[in-house]
Design a protein around this ligand. Sequence first.
Ligand SMILES: [Mg+2]
Length: 447
Amino acid sequence: MNRRNVLKLIASAAALDSARQMRAQDQAARAVRGLPVPKIRDIQVIATEPGGVRLTVVKILTDQDGLYGYGCGTFTQRADLVNAAVERYLKPFLVGKRADRIEDTWQACYNSSYWRNGPVLNNAISGVDQALWDIKGRQAGMPVYELAGGKCREAAACYGHASGPDIPRCIESARRYMSQGFRHVRVQMGVPGMASYGSGGAAAPHVPALHDDPVFDSAAQFRISLKLLEEARKQLGDEVELLHDMHERYTPNQAVQLVKAVEPLRPFFMEDPLSPEDIAYFRQIRQNCATPIAMGELFNSPHEWTPLITERLIDYIRIHVSQAGGFTPCRKIAAMAEIFGVRTAWHGPGDVSPIGHMANVTLDVVCYNFGVQEYSPFNERLQEVFHGCPVLKDGYLYPNDAPGWGIEVDEKAAAKYPYGFGERGDRAKYNGGWGVIRRPDGTVIKQ
Ligand SMILES: [Mg+2]
């Protein structure tokens, strides 16, 4: 082949290439219906506490009029640090960049700190990630659950938190949830006089201790929790699904014993039996009983959840979605869990903003392996700030059908409830953080 023919061939290949590129650009333009690519113009943090818990909501504004989005980055015990991570690191990193490439943005933010998988940075990334999903939904005119493939169930079955200062009042609280249509109820009772999780004991006796700080003794909690679950099953009948939170407060061996002891009571699941430092003990729990296990409220890193899922050591993964980095990584976690027969039970108490609750319920309705959703009510002040919270009916939570997360934030109302609003005691003293709890001998416990 002579030189002229070679040049001709190169020219025709180049023409083909450029025609192919033009066709691809045409298709891409049609896919977004000719809308120009939004660019990130500004990133703001809305710091508010309408429900008595410090919330972090990240707002991303684009260069297109009226196109913005909200994301939840709530890590209430260290909220100021998340807010600084957004304002001082992610904002300068992202302003001027495209708002339409969510996966790419997530990976760029995740890797830009070099050290990663910590709660502060993951929550900051979650705020950005969820705000970008909100923008994508608003741009498309669809709720995020449609962007994620559409619903595979109508709504998410929830569990309510029944608690009381003694067993009869806790069971009464459970009955109230059941009468509202809940088929899943978590029963929780503290040890009178101790700083237990779920305690409501006002007139509590003095617990002897070698110090003046709040006291907790896991052996005492073990006895009360077992008795409570026995009575709840006996008095509430076989049909209700009972759940119980162990809150990572037991020694590994106590955890194995308690989870094994409740097996005949058929709980729906025992929540967080071990602290994240002790997760290797899940193998011992599995070897001893078939009680369903939920785990992950404190998880931040794939190194924590991956072995538990792939070795089938738990039944429910219950990460705080923003702690794992937001909607984008949690979709992947759910997909991985589905393959291994593990279901989801995303963390959903008051230290998740309504935006975060929408991310939860969106995952619930689009992921096949949904298990149950933790529910906490949205009080009047929360609804004054967040318009369009998910709606509970007969124990099911329904996502909003409006585009994006379907929630508008009234920023003037949010400003009425600054951090510290309504806080008392240690939380007021420690900038929203928690105080210390000790065993009677003075040893600090894991909370
Ligand atoms: Mg919990």
